[in-house]
Design a protein around this ligand. Structure first.
Ligand SMILES: C=C(O[C@@H]1C=C(C(=O)O)C=C[C@H]1O)C(=O)O
Length: 493
C-alpha cells in the first residue's frame, strides 16, 4: 500500500511511514470497537501524522476539490499558527444561554476512552490530537432574521481531517468515531482512500495555482442595512441612555450588504486578508454554502499550558496619511478621555473575570497603540495563570461579551443592543476559534467580518458609544472597520 503523506523535511523513516498504512487504521479502529462494546458509547480515534508545511490555502482548496464536507480556516501570520479543517467526525451543537458550558460538557464526554495517536515527535505542539473548531453567537436572546440559519448558538466541529501547523512543523489529523457495530476494515479502506484522494487533490491544486492568474475585479452594489441617518439616530439614542444613567458604554453595530454578479471567491478573500492583515486572525467557517469570514485583530483568549492571554481592545482613531500625522493621531488617541474611558471599562471587566478563574493576573499599566492598516486602537495585553480544573471554554464563558463588543455594565448594555440596534449579529462579535486537548486553544472575537452567501455578502462593524460620542464620527469609524472585508472581497485596495 502506498504511503499517503511522507514528509522529507521531517525525515520520516520507513518504519514511521509504515505506521500509517491502511492496516494501521484497521488496528486502531478494532481497538476502538472493543472499547465501544465495553463502554456502550462511540469511541473517538484521532491520529496525527507529520506532513510537509504546505501553504494552508492550498490545503483549503484541496479540501474543496475533495468535496467531503464543510471547510474551516484559521491563520494568524505573525505567530504562524494555521488550522484548516474539512468535514466532520462529529459536531457539538448547543442552543441557549448555556451554549458554552453545554459545549464544554459534550467535549469532555467525547474524549472519554478516546484513542489518540501522535505518529511522530515532530508535530505542532498545541494542535496535535483531536481539535474542535467553531464558535458561538454574540447573543442568544436577540431575535433572528434567518440570515444566520445553519449557524447555531454554539457549534464545535471535530473535523474529519485537519491540517495544522506552527512555525516549523505541520501535521494532518484524521478523526473518526467508531461504534460497536462498525466494520473496521471498511472504515479504514474509506479513510485510506480519502487520504489518497486528498494527496492527489493537493497535487492538482498545486499545478492549477501555478497557472492561475489573479483576478479581483469587482463592481458590486453596496447598501447599508439601515439608512445611515437612522443608524446615527440609534447611536444618539444610545448616548441619551448613557447620559440618563442607564449604563456607561454600549457597542452599536451596523450591517452593509454587497451584491455582485458572480459568487464571491472565499479562497481569494482569505488570501487577500492574510496578505493585508498579517497581525489579524484570518478565519472562515462554512455552513452549507455560506461562509462566515473575517480578519479580526482581537484575541478573546489564548490558553497554553495553563496560562491564558487576552487583551482589552477598545478606542479607535484613523491612521494618518503621513508618518507625522499618524503619530499625531496616535498620541491624541492615547490622551483622549473618551477613548480612554471606553478602554478602561474593558480592562476592568476582563481583569474581574480573570480573577475568578486565575491564581494570578497581570497587565500593563496603561494601553499601547495597535496600528492596523487603516485604523489604530488602544490595546492592553492581559495575562493570567488558570486555576487547576479551569479550561478555555470557562474563560470564554466569563469573558464574552467584553465591553469592547457589548458594553458596560454588561446586562443593561446588552438589553439596549437588543432593543435598539435592529441588526441580527449572529456570529459577528462572538467567539471563534479552536480547542485542543489539555485545555489549550485560542478564540478571537469575530470582528471585521462578514457572512458570504454566494453573490451576496453581509458585512458588520460596530463602535463603542460613551456619554460624549458623536454619531457622525462613530459612523465614520464604522466605515473604516468595514474596509477590512471590502478589501478582502476584492473591492478596495
Ligand atoms: C466592534 C468593533 O470593534 C471594537 C470596538 C472598538 C472601538 O469602539 O473603538 C475597537 C476595537 C474593537 O474592540 C468592530 O470592529 O466591529
Amino acid at each position: 500500500m502506498d504511503i499517503v503523506f511522507t514528509d522529507s523535511s521531517c525525515n520520516t523513516t520507513n518504519t514511521e511511514a509504515a505506521l500509517y498504512s491502511q492496516d494501521y487504521f484497521v488496528t486502531k479502529f478494532q481497538q476502538a470497537r472493543e472499547r465501544a462494546t465495553q463502554s456502550g458509547h462511540q469511541i473517538l480515534v484521532s491520529v496525527t501524522l507529520p506532513v510537509a508545511s504546505y501553504d494552508p490555502l492550498l490545503l483549503f482548496a484541496a479540501f474543496h476539490e475533495l468535496g467531503l464536507g464543510e471547510r474551516f480556516f484559521w491563520k494568524r501570520e505573525v505567530d504562524a499558527r494555521v488550522l484548516v479543517g474539512m468535514g466532520q467526525a462529529t459536531t457539538i451543537e448547543t442552543e441557549g444561554v448555556e451554549r458554552i458550558s453545554r459545549a464544554a460538557t459534550a467535549w469532555r464526554e467525547l474524549r472519554q476512552d478516546a484513542i489518540i495517536e501522535k505518529v511522530s515527535d515532530a508535530l505542532p505542539a498545541y494542535t496535535s490530537g483531536p481539535v474542535l473548531l467553531g464558535g458561538f453567537t454574540f447573543d442568544t436572546l436577540t431575535s433572528r432574521s434567518g440570515l444566520w440559519d445553519d449557524f447555531p448558538d454554539g457549534l464545535l466541529i471535530l473535523p474529519y481531517m485537519l491540517f495544522h501547523a506552527d512555525e516549523d512543523k505541520a501535521a494532518l489529523t484524521v478523526n473518526a468515531l467508531i461504534s460497536a457495530e462498525d466494520d473496521c476494515e471498511a472504515r479504514a479502506t474509506t479513510l485510506f482512500a480519502d487520504l489518497t484522494h486528498l494527496w492527489n487533490a493537493v497535487q492538482q491544486v498545486q499545478a492549477q495555482s501555478q497557472m492561475a492568474t489573479a483576478s479581483s475585479s469587482m463592481a458590486p452594489l453596496t447598501h447599508d442595512l439601515l439608512p445611515a441617518e437612522q443608524w446615527k439616530q440609534i447611536v444618539a439614542r444610545g448616548v441619551e441612555k448613557i447620559r440618563s444613567g442607564a449604563f456607561e458604554k454600549v457597542v452599536l453595530a451596523r450591517g452593509v450588504q454587497i451584491v455582485q454578479d458572480a459568487a464571491f471567491d472565499v479562497d481569494a478573500t482569505l488570501r487577500r486578508l492574510g496578505e493585508a492583515y498579517p497581525g489579524a486572525y484570518v478565519f472562515a467557517i462554512q455552513r452549507g454554502e455560506r461562509y462566515f469570514v473575517g480578519a479580526t485583530p482581537e484575541r478573546l483568549v489564548c490558553s497554553e499550558d495553563g496560562q491564558i492571554q487576552t487583551m482589552a481592545l477598545a478606542g479607535s482613531a484613523p491612521r494618518g496619511a503621513t508618518d507625522e500625522e499618524d503619530q499625531q493621531f496616535g498620541v491624541a488617541l492615547l490622551r483622549d478621555g473618551k477613548n480612554q474611558g471606553e478602554h478602561h471599562f474593558v480592562v476592568e471587566t476582563i481583569r474581574d473575570a480573570l480573577l475568578r478563574l486565575c491564581s494570578r493576573v497581570w497587565m500593563a499599566d496603561g494601553p499601547r497603540l495597535l496600528k492596523l492598516k487603516n485604523i489604530q486602537h488602544l490595546e492592553t495585553p492581559i495575562m493570567g495563570d488558570l486555576l487547576p480544573g479551569h479550561s478555555i471554554l470557562e474563560a470564554i464563558e466569563h469573558l464574552h461579551p467584553t465591553p469592547a463588543v457589548g458594553g458596560y455594565p454588561r446586562l443593561p448594555a446588552l438589553a439596549a443592543i437588543r432593543e435598539d440596534e435592529q441588526l441580527d449579529r449572529g456570529w459577528y462579535a462572538g467567539p471563534i476559534g479552536w480547542i485542543g486537548t489539555g485545555g489549550n486553544g485560542e478564540f478571537a472575537v469575530a470582528l471585521r467580518s462578514g457572512l458570504v452567501d454566494k453573490q451576496r455578502a453581509t458585512l458588520f462593524a460596530g463602535c463603542g458609544i460613551v456619554a460624549d460620542s458623536d454619531p457622525e464620527s462613530e459612523y465614520q469609524e464604522s466605515c473604516l472597520k468595514l474596509q477590512v472585508m471590502l478589501r478582502g472581497l476584492g473591492g478596495e485596495k
